[in-house]
Every structure is written in C-alpha cells, then in structure tokens.
Design a protein around this ligand. Structure first.
Ligand SMILES: [Zn+2]
Length: 657
C-alpha cells in the first residue's frame, strides 16, 4: 500500500485564532449567506440560487436567474454547513440552538435540491429550466460538471456532518448519470468540464464510498483534457451547441492546451488550474501515478516560485482571471481571486501528502493567513473577490483599468463564487492541520486543538496549544499513543530563523532531526509527554526577486506567517511616497481592541515632504531629490485591511532611501 495514501485526519479546533473564525462561520457567515441565497438581504444583489432549484423542482414558477453556475453557490454553502455540523458533533460546547437551526436549513436545502433532480439523475437548474434540450452541449462554458462537482463535495460534507444519506444518494445517481454520458466507450462523449471541479469531487466521493467507478470517472476527465482535437472545438460544431456567453477563450484558459501530464507551466484561469492540479495530485496519491505527480511538482514550482504574490494570491490578471507570465505580479491591478488562493491552499495540502515536504504547508500557511482571510470582513458579512496589494480609492473609482479593484468589501456578488468558498474552507480548517502517513503524524498548521490520528500501529492523540499566529511558542501534549515507536513530525516554517525544540524539558537540536523541513521525533510516546516548539517571530523585511518589476526597490514586512500593510487611516495619504528607514527600529504591540485583536508593527520611516504641498508644479527642471521627513509608520496585518474608514493601502513600501 502507498504509505502516503489520503488518510482523513480531523483536528477539533478548541480556541484561539482559527476557532474565532470557525465560530464566526456558524454564528454569522452561514446565517448571512443563507439569507443571501434566499434573496433576503436588501442591499445585496439577488442570488436566486435557492429559487432556481425551486423552479426546477416545479415548486415555484418563473425564469432561471443568475450565472450558469448559480447552483454551485448553494452547494458550497451546504458543504460549509456540513463541515460546521461535523465540528458540532465533536464539540460539546457547540450551541445546540445553532446546530438545530443549521440542521433545519440543511434539510430544507437538501429537499429542494433532491426534488430538482431529473428522473435520469441529471441535476442542473440552468438547463432544466432554461434549455432542457441542450444538456451537455456546451461543456466549455456551461458549468454543468462544475456544479455537479460542488454538489458532490456538499453531499460528502453533509453526510459526514449529519449522517443523512439523502444528498449522497442524489449525487451518486448524478455521478452515474454522468458516467452514462461520458467515457471512452462507443456512443459516449469524450468531453470534460470547462471549469474543473468534478474531478476532485469524484475523488472525495470515491474516498468516502470506496466505489471505484467514481475514481475511474475522475481519471477519465483528467486524462481526456488536452487531447487533440480539443473537445471544446468539436462540441462547438454540433447543432445542439448552446452558447452561454459567446467568449472565444483560448485552450490555455481551460488548461486544455496540452494533455495534463505534459503541462509544466501554470497557465489560464487560476481557479480552474488549481482545481485540476488538486485532482491530479489526488489521483497520484491514490494510484502512485508518477507522471501525474511529476506534472504536479512542475506546476507547483511554476505557480509558487514565479507566479504567486507574497500574500499567496495567484492569477494576476483581471482579463480571464488568469495567470500571465513569470514575475508579472502587479500590486494595484492584481486579481488574486479569493477562490484561487483557496485552491492553492488545498493544492498545497495534496502536495504535502505526496512528498511530505514542509515547503508545501509553508505556502498553504501564507495563502491562508493572508490572501484567503483578506477575502472576508471581520464581521463575516462582506467579501472581496479581488485581493489587491495596493489601492488608491479615487483611482479605482475613476480609472476603468481598476474597475475590478474594490476598496470596500461587498455585501454579495452577481458572481458569488468566493463568499461560500471562504465559508467552506473555514469550517473545514480542522482537516488541514495534521496528516497521518504510515506511522508518522505530520503537523502542518499550528492552532489550539485536539487530534486523534489513525497511524498504522494505532491511534496517536495530541493536544496543541499556544497563541499562534501572534506568538510562536507551541506546546504539544500527548494524550494517547500506540505502544511502539511512532513519529511526530512538526513543520518548522521557512520564515523562522531560530527554531528550538524541547521534549519533556530536554532541548533537542532541530538540525539533528530535520527531515524535509519537519522536525521529526521518533520514539515511544506516553500520555503526558510534552513537546515545546518555539518559533521566534521577529519582524522580517522581505524583498522580491528583482525580476518582479512591481516590487523592485520595495520591501514588505512579515512577522511569522502574517504579511503586513500600511493603511491611510493610520499613515495618511500618498503611501507611495513612504519609505522604510534604514534603521526601522520595529516595535511590536498586540492590540486586543483593534481589528478583532491584532499584533501591530510600528516602524521608523520617511515621507517625501513635497507630496504634502499643493502649490508645487507638476513638472520641474531638476532631478529627483525629495526632501524627506521622518515619520512613524503603523503596519497592520494585510488580512485585516479595509475594515475601517476606506482609504489607500499598500503592502510594498519603498526600501530605505
Ligand atoms: Zn471566487
């Protein structure tokens, strides 16, 4: 058996930073989004997502409304609710009235979804309501397989959270219907989704049910992509073709330009790319497919070493929400869709499972604490789709180039993929904290929680505690362990220069036990053993590869996993005229009352004084020699920006002048 095979391990997060986000999810985010999906929020665009299912089920009359993939919004919400209910099962402190309310909403949503399913298993309200004679005629644009995938992920989560099989039965019938339409056998379509998602969802369904036909269908979709002639060109010639948007996207946009095993550069729509790479890694994990694993490694390198923002955001261009070329990472026109950072986070988890290298979880952590959390307001009810690293509000308001860049989070979106995606990720965070591989328990993320992990030789139970991400001292207490020796492998983040480790008070040199970025402790463990990992987190000055034009001559601040930014509300306007001082004399302070409790960094800096003057001529006949004023700069965590008065923001500031 492949020792790295996907073993589900779930950490119950009990307190601290992530628990606050999980509490926010069930207390605020899920109720708010349920109202949004039911069109009950006055200042938000109508979703129509639930109503579309009601119309498709014949319970209501009217027209389909929204995007072709509107079904997926409800599916992602259902998945988030399922994860929250799974958390509730493990946590006696979960409020009963919240659980009952969630269960009631889930029941009503599952009922309407189930009743919208067609007798042959087909499920997609766009075509059922709008174009029943054109099902499966436009895979490139129509998102039927994408929506099916999200409903499969929802079904797995709802089953795990409630034990109710209704939705699982619905998606099993749907998967079997899809399997009757697509395949290599004569008479079947050799198509694949225009937006990847069903591949990774089928892998989830397979892992839950152990039904090999779901694995085979996932593998079929992955292997068909990019074969010549490209299926999207073939289907477009058919008389049944049903145009949805009429965009003529190139094949790279859909990652259909090459067979996936030959793909090496991260190209095209970034969310599509991530979902594909996740499925490729899932398949490689299951069957040991080396070609797929090698392609994943190359695509990982392309994504994270040449095409990723310091915040973990990816997909730098608004046009096609896509990757462009190496080192093209503009800060002000950045796209960096929240969903893409979420995709990268999950891809990192799969790569960590494949190779057991800590560098993958380093990227997961970067994306999570920065480019993902920035997609959500601190009260849980406002969202960013686009996550810029620099804004000037007046420019966003007037220059069409920046039309996609918002400086206030929005109540909802016509294309609302990101809000429920954040919800499902936060609710499922416990599944990304630790991994079991053979007789090793890997800890990838730090938080306050308990885990019971099935290792080959028995159950290994731990409790981790601390005040991460504000403090790097992490305590891990063993509560139960197998009789023989097993390994505990703790990620030592690459951002930490001086980590140290003690076991039951004895210092152990990390270098002596370091393996692929993890500190690996192999021994016979007893209940009560305590490991203390100390990760000192001084403020670090970060610079980018000089090939990144947008960051040339500039620096960013990072402390632990948190990337910082300057906001106008703390530092005044014209943030581009600010530079860090040669001796910044960083001062770190945790402010409980600010932005939900954040550690703020103060630094000495300089500001170009001419910027303050309104009488200066626009151009002058002299070389650039600004007169500088000293100033104190206040940096806040990037994820928490845009929660106060709107204004300028920047992550990168000029290097000392
Ligand atoms: Zn999105």
């Amino acid at each position: 058996m492949n020792v790295n095979r996907f073993v589900p391990v779930s950490t119950t997060i009990k307190s601290g930073f992530f628990r606050a986000y999980q509490d926010l999810t069930y207390r605020e985010i899920l109720p708010y989004q349920w109202r949004a999906l039911n069109d009950e929020i006055d200042d938000a665009p109508d979703s129509h997502s639930v109503e579309n299912f009601r119309i498709a089920a014949g319970k209501s009359t009217g027209e389909f409304n929204g995007m072709a993939f509107q079904d997926s919004d409800l599916a992602k919400w259902l998945e988030a609710a399922g994860h929250s209910l799974a958390n509730a099962q493990r946590d006696p402190s979960f409020p009963k009235e919240v659980r009952e309310k969630l269960e009631e909403w889930v029941r009503s949503a599952v009922e309407v979804v189930a009743s919208a399913q067609q007798p042959d298993g087909y499920l997609d309200t766009f075509f059922t309501v709008k174009a029943p004679d054109h099902k499966w005629s436009n895979l490139r644009e129509a998102h039927e397989l994408y929506c099916a995938g999200h409903m499969m992920e929802a079904a797995v989560a709802v089953y795990e959270g409630t034990g109710d099989r209704t939705l699982l039965d619905v998606v099993s019938r749907l998967a079997d219907h899809i399997g009757s339409v697509f395949g290599t056998e004569t008479g079947k379509k050799r198509g694949y989704p225009g937006h990847q998602e069903i591949e990774l969802a089928l892998m989830k369904l397979y892992r839950l049910t152990n039904e090999k036909r779901f694995f085979d269908l996932a593998t079929f979709f992955i292997d068909e992509r990019g074969r010549k002639p490209v299926y999207f060109d073939v289907e477009a010639q058919s008389e049944r073709f049903y145009p949805v948007w009429g965009f003529d996207r190139d094949h790279e946009y859909h990652q259909a330009h090459l067979p996936v095993r030959e793909q090496r550069d991260a190209v095209g729509h970034s969310v599509r790319a991530m979902y594909q790479y996740i499925a490729m890694a899932d398949i490689a994990l299951e069957n040991g497919d080396r070609e797929l694993a090698d392609a994943c490694r190359a695509l990982w390198t392309s994504t994270t070493e040449r095409r990723m923002y310091v915040t973990g955001g990816i997909g730098s261009s608004r046009h096609g929400e896509r990757f462009t070329t190496d080192y093209d990472l503009p800060n002000d026109t950045a796209y960096a869709e929240t969903c893409a950072a979420i995709g990268l986070f999950i891809f990192a988890n799969r790569m960590a499972r494949l190779d057991n290298e800590a560098r993958y979880a380093d990227v997961a952590e970067r994306a999570l604490f920065n480019g993902i959390l920035s997609g959500l307001s601190l009260d849980g009810t406002r969202y960013f789709y686009v996550n810029p690293l620099e804004v000037v509000p007046a420019v966003c308001d007037t220059n069409g180039t920046y039309r996609h860049v918002k400086y206030r989070r929005q109540s909802w979106y016509g294309c609302a993929c990101c809000p429920p995606n954040v919800a499902r990720l936060l609710a499922s965070l416990g599944t990304y904290v630790s991994r079991a591989a053979g007789d090793t328990l890997y800890v990838d993320l730090y938080c306050n929680g308990v885990v019971s992990a099935p290792l080959s030789s028995g159950t290994f139970e731990l409790e981790q505690s601390g005040n991460y991400p504000w403090d790097g001292a992490i305590s891990i207490r063993v509560t139960d362990a197998p009789a023989g020796a097993v390994s505990l492998a703790l990620r030592v983040p690459a951002w930490c220069r001086t980590p140290s480790l003690r076991v039951n008070g004895d210092e152990i040199p990390i270098d002596s036990i370091s393996e692929k970025g993890y500190a690996r402790l192999e021994r016979v463990w007893n209940a009560g053993d305590e490991v203390v990992l100390d990760l000192p987190m001084p403020v670090e000055v970060v610079s980018a590869d000089p090939k990144v034009k947008a960051d040339f001559g500039r620096v960013a601040l990072q402390r632990g996993p948190i990337v910082y930014c300057l906001e106008e509300v703390d530092n005044g306007k014209d943030l581009h005229t600010i530079a860090l001082a040669e001796d910044p004399a960083f001062r770190v302070e945790h402010r409980k009352q600010l932005l939900g409790g954040v550690t703020v960094v103060e630094a000495r800096g300089t500001r170009t004084s001419a910027a303050q003057s309104s009488s200066a001529p626009l151009y002058r006949q002299e070389s650039f020699s600004p007169s500088l004023e000293e100033t104190t700069l206040t940096f806040i965590p990037y994820y928490a920006w845009a929660n106060r008065d709107p204004g300028e923001m920047t992550v990168w500031v000029s290097a000392p002048r």
